[in-house]
Design a protein around this ligand. Structure first.
Ligand SMILES: Cc1cc2nc3c(=O)[nH]c(=O)nc-3n(C[C@H](O)[C@H](O)[C@H](O)COP(=O)(O)O)c2cc1C
Length: 98
């Protein structure tokens, strides 16, 4: 199944922040019922095609798409594990020294 997330373009970065949290909640809910998913911002490049096909209001902007379903665990792509940056490399914790 494919999902397209869109937003009223008049909304600001704070609403986009809310939307990111919402999208993560969708992913957590999907995972809780045994579904796998892959968010893909690359759908946003096809704004015009998607807007026409889904009859989006003229002032709506595509945020991202998301594939959702059951992953093929035997496929090599499903076994790709991406690395994670150590938290110290992107965050500073102030006032937590013991
Ligand atoms: C909002 C969002 C948009 C993303 N868009 C793309 C995308 O357009 N193309 C892509 O290859 N990965 C995209 N990713 C990354 C993949 O969804 C996925 O996180 C990545 O394949 C790594 O998988 P992992 O998070 O399970 O390690 C996006 C992730 C997020 C959270």
């Amino acid at each position: 199944m494919g999902l397209i997330f869109s937003i009223d373009a008049a909304l600001t970065k704070f609403s986009w922040l809310d939307y990111g949290i919402f999208i993560q909640t969708v992913m957590m809910a999907a995972q809780a019922v045994g579904l796998d998913m892959c968010p893909q911002v690359s759908f946003a490049r096809f704004q015009n095609v998607i807007a026409e096909h889904l009859e989006l209001p003229a002032d709506y902007e595509v945020v991202c798409g998301m594939s959702m379903g059951l992953s093929d665990c035997d496929s090599p792509v499903s076994r790709l594990l991406t690395g994670r940056e150590p938290v110290e490399n992107f965050a500073r914790f102030l006032g937590f020294d013991s």
